[in-house]
Design a protein around this ligand. Structure first.
Ligand SMILES: NC(=O)C[C@H](N)C(=O)O
Length: 470
């Protein structure tokens, strides 16, 4: 006989955030969390309890001082008591504790997350525990909010959220940064028969979902994904990770690079607005100070400025001629924009986000559409980089070359074989529509919004050259 029981829709106790937003009730409540600090006086003890759901945590008050005895920084507890209006400064409510259950002990002498300010390096060395700090908690919640609001924007624009493979046979950006995947040798086969390639051909971790998204956009019209990408980037900068997340959107029936700018700008304005207006605990006190600036970018009633690469280089050259000591690298047409140039353009020229379009083809990837309409410089491609103050490049996109003959020509110039990219040519051969899209570095977005300079602090568990702790 099977037994049936009443349907329960939720079995989870309320989080601290949920408790704090409820009216003060006289019924006893239970609070689960980790102890952030304990202060003991003669007749009363206080503990800050956090479960990561609210920026402040909850102050627990123990009038029976002995109840607080087992509490140490870092231990996990379940406290039962009454939620009451707090006479203390900086909090509306407090928990008057009647009962304490120690769930997990924590030796305060060994606990690496001490109350005093901890160095970034120390926290990187303990990245399995650093989510217990207010800064990392806020960042993780900002990632959550930013992903939800990006998804919302694309849903509203008629895009379909798709899932693309992480393993791939191609290096989309052609920068030689794709990690190769090596299968373990099969114990059942003699080594001479062990296939070197698990998939029957060389396989890599994806550097970008773009090429796969193009296949889907040429059937579903508007697609996007938010997924991890991997690049064997060896330089140690504050803008690069070996494993990072990218929001990539791709859509068909678009012919103008201005459309790519407009969709990208729309999605970012939406995220900035949502994050600025949200009461969610996604900002530390310092980060909140940035909100008026972010809000101004989101609310400005003119579109973010757009400038061609040629015009941007002319501006840089003029500035470089007048103040030759500002840049380490002299700007010139045909040379890549260095990050110092990108920042100058956004910070001094535009004083805000700036789209730079139409770069020389030789500086960009093989798939970008050649600018060969009358009046356009045929040495350039229809592409865009979005530059923002404090960071430089935040996103990049392009129209994709949909004309088979031009694409073949580009593949020859870039040394890409038809065997590998035959399927990509098929997308053009069989009703290929004009299309384009962009990729937005998700950690860079978080860095830009929060003002946290290094992207290593913009992802919960970072990986970079020489570092993978867990
Ligand atoms: N989807 C994109 O356009 C992003 C581009 N493939 C990049 O990695 O920069």
């Amino acid at each position: 006989m099977i037994s049936r029981r009443a349907l329960t829709t939720s079995c989870l106790p309320p989080t601290i955030r949920q408790l704090l937003s409820s009216r003060t009730a006289s019924d006893p409540v239970q609070v689960n969390g980790w102890v952030k600090s304990v202060r003991r006086q003669k007749k009363v003890a206080f503990a800050m309890i956090s479960d990561g759901s609210s920026d402040k945590g909850l102050q627990a008050v123990f009038t029976k001082v002995d109840l607080a005895k087992p509490l140490t920084n870092g231990c996990s507890v379940r406290l039962t008591g009454k939620l009451a209006d707090s006479p203390g400064k900086g909090q509306d409510k407090e928990l008057q504790v009647d009962q304490v259950e120690l769930l997990g002990e924590c030796d305060p002498a060994e606990y690496p997350i001490q109350k005093q300010a901890l160095s970034v390096e120390h926290l990187r060395d303990h990245c399995h525990l650093r989510a217990r700090t207010d800064e990392i908690t806020a960042m993780i919640r900002l990632r959550d909010l930013a992903s939800r609001s990006l998804c919302r924007y694309f849903e509203d624009q008629g895009f379909c959220y798709v899932h693309t493979p992480i393993t791939t046979s191609s290096d989309c950006e052609g920068a030689g940064e794709a990690f190769r995947i090596a299968p373990p040798p099969s114990p059942d086969l003699p080594s001479s028969e062990n296939p070197a390639e698990f998939f029957g051909r060389p396989a890599y971790l994806t550097v970008s979902s773009q090429l796969h998204l193009e296949a889907l956009a040429n059937a579903i019209s508007r697609v996007y994904t938010l997924s991890p990408c991997f690049r064997a980037e060896r330089s140690q900068t504050n803008r690069h990770l070996a494993e990072f997340w990218m929001l990539e959107a791709e859509w068909a029936f678009t012919r103008d690079i201005d459309d790519v700018c407009t969709v990208l700008e729309g999605s970012l304005r939406h995220v900035l607005k949502q994050a600025g207006a949200s009461g969610e605990p996604v900002w530390t006190a310092g980060e909140r100070a940035r909100l008026p600036q972010l809000q101004a970018y989101a609310d400005s009633d003119t579109a973010w400025p757009r400038l061609t690469y040629a015009a941007a280089v002319a501006e840089l050259e003029a500035f470089h001629a007048a103040s030759p000591r500002t840049f380490d690298f002299a700007p010139a047409w045909g040379r890549p924009l260095q990050s110092e140039h990108e920042r100058w353009l956004a910070e001094h020229l535009a004083r805000g986000p700036l789209f730079v379009t139409d770069y020389p083809a030789h500086l960009k990837a093989f798939y970008m559409r050649q600018n060969d309409a009358p009046g356009r410089d045929p040495r350039t491609v229809a592409c865009v980089d979005l530059l923002v103050p404090g960071l430089g490049e935040l996103a990049g996109g392009s129209l994709r070359e949909e004309r088979e003959d031009r694409l073949r020509g580009a593949m020859v110039r870039f040394g890409l074989g038809e065997e590998e990219y035959g399927w990509y040519l098929d997308l053009r051969r069989y009703g290929g529509a004009p299309h384009g899209g962009f990729g937005l570095g998700f950690e860079r977005l978080i860095s830009w919004m929060s003002g946290v300079e290094n992207v290593r602090e913009c992802i919960p568990i970072p990986r970079w050259a020489g570092r993978m702790l867990l």
